[in-house]
Design a protein around this ligand. Structure first.
Ligand SMILES: CCCCCC/C=C/C(=O)SCCNC(=O)CCNC(=O)[C@H](O)C(C)(C)COP(=O)(O)OP(=O)(O)OC[C@H]1O[C@@H](n2cnc3c(N)ncnc32)[C@H](O)[C@@H]1OP(=O)(O)O
Length: 394
């Protein structure tokens, strides 16, 4: 009842503000309007043009762009309809669904035409030369780039401290799968803005499906297991560039990375007991191994927050850098790593990880099953309600 009440209050608030946060599909390159039928290149150029618009075209246009983009890339909407309280995703779903069986080619052309009309009415900030970088397309919660042998996956919800919403979980899995197959030598995860990540987006708990909270918890456990599984199985060196504070699942996952570089501004906090929850990301296994059972207990059970220096002393962080030189020093180092023979790095990682893989998957399954129960507990529900009704922060 408390959750439903809260969700309703959130819905009322979001009615006024939610559409402000609908983000654009992204990509690159500039517009070519010579062909009658829009080519894939025209489409990509148009997507980049959208990204460069200086002025916000308004929610209605953004929804139109979103729906045409989805129709052009995925065809008719066959996603389940989001719940009534999930206002942003429902607005997006409605717009996409309204396009019915519009052919992909027509959607692509309409997208290009719409962007063209916007570009002439709204000044764009700059032109990006074709092919100057390799930003990946279509992510709403991430910025993914690939250059110098490094695929960089940047969490990109800075106004929400890079909290992981359901879409971000899916996009990270997608980006990791793509990175595992691309020609980069190493993969980096980092955050945009002042936080690395504030962990699970606590509003994930408010969108209750028709099957109720039990179904929500079950779906959450399935998603979490698949998500963590992607980190367990990732085949290339995976490096975390922890640019600021990290909370919850963004901390626990660090035990599955091959190296962790942190700014001295970063902190590491897993307040699971405070939230009525329990450890995930295989941390119930990796943390005691990395830092001793007692130190792991201080973090995972008592919620002790570590500074970057402390996390380094405990072995969770590989090296700490002053914030003022963090990016420069870390990326210089990463570029040097990326020049090493990629197959040798991959095979060396494999031989290290293979010893543990089965165990890690078993731990992941158990943690998800325990968490599924925790999410249904009063302790957890009260903690989430308190955060969302602004009664508490970490
Ligand atoms: C499929 C499900 C898998 C679940 C896996 C299990 C994972 C577990 C975890 O990760 S547990 C950790 C959960 N995270 C938290 O409890 C953090 C909650 N956030 C905070 O305590 C604070 O926001 C803060 C300390 C991170 C930052 O505080 P402050 O600097 O004062 O900023 P704001 O609080 O004003 O935050 C700005 C803006 O971001 C929103 N926000 C921040 N973190 C989260 C979050 N985790 N979930 C949802 N929203 C978050 C915050 O509400 C503000 O939004 P607003 O501007 O008010 O719209």
């Amino acid at each position: 009842v408390a959750m439903a009440h809260l969700a309703w209050r959130l819905a009322q608030r979001w009615c006024q503000s939610s559409l402000q946060v609908i983000s654009f599909p992204v990509v690159q390159l500039h517009l070519n309007r010579t062909a009658m039928r829009a080519s894939q290149k025209d489409f990509e150029n148009a997507m980049n043009q959208v990204k460069l618009l200086k002025k916000d075209p308004g929610n209605e246009v953004k929804l139109k762009l979103y729906s045409l983009y989805k129709q052009a890339t995925e065809g008719p909407c066959n996603m389940p309809k989001p719940g009534v309280f999930d206002l942003i995703n429902k607005a997006k779903w409605d717009a996409w669904n309204a396009l019915g069986s519009l052919p992909k080619e027509t959607a692509r052309q309409n997208y290009v035409d719409l962007v063209s009309s916007l570009s002439s009415s709204l000044e764009s900030s700059s032109q990006v030369e074709p092919g100057t970088d390799r930003k990946s397309t279509g992510y709403e919660t991430l910025m993914v780039t690939s250059e110098d042998g490094i695929t960089k996956i940047m969490l990109n919800r800075p106004t929400k401290k890079n909290a992981l919403n359901v879409e971000m979980y899916h996009e990270i899995m997608h980006a990791l799968k793509a990175a595992s197959k691309d020609d980069s030598a190493i993969t980096v995860l980092t955050g945009n803005g002042d936080y690395y990540s504030s962990g699970n987006d606590l509003t994930n708990f408010t969108d209750i499906p028709p099957g109720g909270v039990e179904e929500k918890a079950k779906n959450g456990a399935i998603l979490l297991r698949e998500f963590v599984g992607c980190f367990i199985d990732f085949p290339k060196p995976l490096i975390a560039v922890v640019n600021g504070p990290a909370v919850g699942i963004s901390v626990t996952l660090l035990g599955l990375f091959d190296a962790v570089y942190a700014s001295d501004r970063a902190t590491f906090h897993t307040p699971f007991s405070h939230l009525g929850q329990s450890p995930e990301g295989c941390s119930s296994y990796t943390f005691p191994k990395i830092m001793s059972p007692a130190k792991a207990t201080e973090m995972l059970v008592f919620g002790k927050k570590l500074t970057a220096g402390e996390a380094c002393a405990q072995g969770l962080v590989t090296e700490v850098f002053p914030d003022s030189t963090f990016q420069k020093e870390v990326w210089t180092r990463l570029k040097a790593f990326a020049k090493l023979p990629p197959n040798a790095m991959r095979i060396s990682k494999e031989i290290i990880r293979n010893r543990e893989k089965e165990k890690l998957h078993a731990v992941n399954a158990e943690e998800c099953s325990v968490l599924q129960g925790r999410w249904l507990s009063d302790e957890c529900m009260n903690a989430v309600v308190n955060f969302l009704s602004r009664k508490s922060k970490l």
